[in-house]
Write a protein that binds this ligand. Structure first.
Ligand SMILES: *[C@@H]1O[C@H](CO)[C@@H](O)[C@H](O)[C@H]1NC(C)=O
Ligand SMILES: *[C@@H]1O[C@H](CO)[C@@H](O)[C@H](O)[C@H]1NC(C)=O
Ligand SMILES: *[C@@H]1O[C@H](CO)[C@@H](O)[C@H](O)[C@H]1NC(C)=O
Ligand SMILES: *[C@@H]1O[C@H](CO)[C@@H](O)[C@H](O)[C@H]1NC(C)=O
Length: 452
C-alpha cells in the first residue's frame, strides 16, 4: 500500500516538473521580447502606467508602432508638422504634442482617442486654425492645452459636448474675438486662461454656461468693453484678472454677478473716474475682495488717484445711481469714512502707503480695506486692523501671492516623474529591470525543481 502510493507519487512528479519548466520557458520567450519589440525606435517605454516617451527625437511624424494599450504618450519637442487621421493607432489617456511645428490637424485625427483625458498641443507656433469637429467625441477630456499657438479665431462649435473638460488653456494666441456660447457646454470647466490675446469685447453671452468656473484670466488683451451681463453665470468665480487691457469703465452690475470673487486685478487700465465710475466705486465699498490698484486716467483732477478710494464728495455732482445698488447708496454721508485709520486722510496718504507696494504683500492694502456692507448702516466706526483681518477672504492669501503671475504654470508631469523631464530617460531603465528580475526568478525556480 505504502510503496504503491509512493511509487505513484514518484512517477507523477517528473511530469509535473516537466510541464512547469515547459511553461516557464514559454513565458520567458513570449513575455520578454514582447515588451521590447513594441516600443518604437528612439522611444522609451515603461509600464504602470504604460508610457511611451518619444520626446526630443527630431521626429517629423508620429512614429509607428506605439502600442495600442499605451496610457501616456509623450511626443513633445519634435518636428511634427501634421496630424493625420491615421496618426494615432492607439488609445491613450495622456497625449503631449507641445513644442512641435504642427500646422495642420486633419479632421478625425483624434477621433479614435476615446479615453483621452489630457491633450497638449500648445507651443505649436504655426498652428493658425482648427477644424470645428477636431475634438468631437473626446467625452473624457479633462485638460486641453492650446497655449502659444497662433490661433486667430475658434470655430463656434469646437468645444461642444466636452462636458468633462476642467482646464482650458488658450493663452498667448492671436484670438481677437470670442463667439457667443463658445464655452456653453463646459459645465465642468474650472480654469479658463485667455490672457495674452487680442480680445476687444466681452459680450453678454460669451461666458454663458460656465457655472463651475473658478478662475478666469483675461489680462494682456485689448478689452475695452464688458457687457453688464458678461459674468452672469460665473457665480463660483474666485479669481478674475483683467489687468493690462484698455478698460476705462466696468459696469458695476457685471461684478455684482460674482458673489464668490476673492481676487481681482484691474490695474494697467486707463480708468475714467467721473460719474461713470460710480457703480464700480459703489461695488468696491460693499464687497470683500483683494484687489489691485485702479489708477484714474481721467478726469484731470482725479488723475493718479485710486478709484477705490475716491470719496462720496467726489461724486457729489453726479446724478444718483439706480443700478440695482440703490439700498446702500442713500445711507452714505461724507462723514462715514470709517475704513481708514484716523491718522489717514484720503488719497494722498493711501498713495503713500501703496506707492512702494511690492508683489507678495497685500497687507498694506488689506489694512485699509473697506469693511463688509453689514457695517454700512451703523454709526461711523473706528477702524480696527483686527476687523480687517477677520474679513479677509478664506483662501490662503500668502499662498496666492506667492504664486502671483505664475497662475498659468501647469503641471507637466505625473506622480513619480515630477523631478524633471530628463528623468524619463532614466526611468526607461525600469523596462529592463523587471525583465532581468523575471529571468533570474525563472532560472532559480527551474534549478530548484530540476534538482529535486
Ligand atoms: C533633425 O532632422 C533634420 C532633417 O531631417 C536634420 O537636418 C537635423 O540635423 C536633425 N537634427 C538632429 C538634432 O538630429
Ligand atoms: C514649420 O513648418 C513649416 C512648414 O509647414 C516650415 O516652413 C517651417 O520652416 C517649420 N518651422 C520650423 C521651426 O521647423
Ligand atoms: C463633471 O465631472 C464629473 C467628474 O469629473 C462627472 O462625474 C460629471 O458627469 C461631469 N459633468 C457632466 C455634466 O458631464
Ligand atoms: C503691463 O503692461 C505694461 C506696459 O505695456 C508692462 O510694462 C507690464 O509689464 C505689463 N504687466 C504685466 C504684469 O505683464
Amino acid at each position: 500500500m505504502d510503496t504503491r502510493s509512493s511509487a505513484r507519487r514518484r512517477s507523477g512528479f517528473p511530469t509535473f516538473r516537466g510541464s512547469l519548466v515547459f511553461w516557464l520557458i514559454l513565458w520567458m520567450i513570449f513575455s520578454k521580447p514582447c515588451s521590447v519589440s513594441s516600443c518604437p525606435r528612439l522611444c522609451i517605454c515603461y509600464p504602470a502606467p504604460m508610457t511611451v516617451s518619444c520626446q526630443s527625437q527630431n521626429f517629423s511624424n508620429v512614429p509607428a508602432g506605439i502600442p495600442y494599450d499605451s496610457q501616456r504618450v509623450f511626443l513633445q519637442n519634435n518636428r511634427i508638422t501634421e496630424l493625420r487621421a491615421e496618426s494615432f493607432g492607439f488609445g491613450t489617456q495622456v497625449l503631449w504634442l507641445y513644442s512641435n511645428n504642427i500646422t495642420f490637424i486633419e479632421p478625425g485625427a483624434f477621433s479614435d482617442l476615446r479615453d483621452l483625458e489630457e491633450l497638449d498641443i500648445g507651443d505649436n507656433r504655426n498652428l493658425r486654425s482648427l477644424n470645428p469637429d477636431i475634438f468631437r467625441g473626446l467625452d473624457k477630456l479633462q485638460s486641453l492645452h492650446m497655449y502659444r499657438c497662433q490661433l486667430g479665431s475658434l470655430p463656434g462649435t469646437i468645444f461642444q459636448k466636452l462636458y468633462s473638460l476642467q482646464f482650458l488653456y488658450l493663452q498667448d494666441n492671436n484670438l481677437h474675438y470670442l463667439q457667443d456660447d463658445l464655452f456653453a457646454d463646459l459645465v465642468n470647466l474650472t480654469h479658463l486662461f485667455l490672457h495674452g490675446n487680442r480680445i476687444r469685447v466681452l459680450s453678454e453671452n460669451v461666458f454663458r454656461g460656465l457655472v463651475n468656473l473658478d478662475r478666469l484670466l483675461l489680462h494682456e488683451n485689448r478689452i475695452r468693453q464688458v457687457s453688464r451681463k458678461a459674468f452672469r453665470d460665473l457665480g463660483r468665480l474666485t479669481i478674475l484678472f483683467l489687468f493690462n487691457n484698455t478698460l476705462s469703465e466696468l459696469p458695476g452690475p457685471a461684478l455684482n454677478d460674482l458673489p464668490s470673487l476673492q481676487f481681482l486685478r484691474l490695474n494697467g487700465n486707463p480708468w475714467s473716474c467721473g460719474c461713470e465710475a460710480r457703480p464700480l466705486w459703489e461695488w468696491f465699498r460693499k464687497v470683500r475682495v483683494s484687489s489691485s490698484e485702479l489708477v484714474c486716467s481721467t478726469p484731470e483732477d482725479k488723475k493718479g488717484l485710486d478709484l477705490r478710494f475716491l470719496r462720496e464728495i467726489d461724486f457729489a455732482p453726479c446724478p444718483l445711481p439706480d443700478l440695482g445698488l440703490g439700498k446702500t447708496t442713500s445711507t452714505f454721508s461724507t462723514k462715514t469714512r470709517w475704513w481708514f485709520p484716523k491718522s489717514l486722510n484720503g488719497n494722498e496718504q493711501l498713495k503713500g502707503i501703496h506707492g512702494s507696494k511690492k508683489k507678495g504683500s497685500i497687507s498694506s492694502w488689506d489694512e485699509a480695506k473697506p469693511q463688509p456692507s453689514s457695517f454700512y448702516n451703523k454709526s461711523p466706526k473706528i477702524y480696527s486692523p483686527k476687523d480687517a483681518e477677520e474679513s479677509l477672504p478664506k483662501i490662503d492669501t500668502e499662498e496666492y501671492w506667492a504664486n502671483y503671475e505664475n497662475e498659468d504654470a501647469t503641471i507637466r508631469c505625473f506622480e513619480e516623474d515630477c523631478q524633471n523631464e530628463g528623468s524619463f530617460r532614466n526611468t526607461g531603465v525600469r523596462t529592463g529591470v523587471p525583465d532581468l528580475y523575471k529571468l533570474a526568478l525563472s532560472l532559480t525556480v527551474v534549478m530548484f525543481f530540476g534538482r529535486l
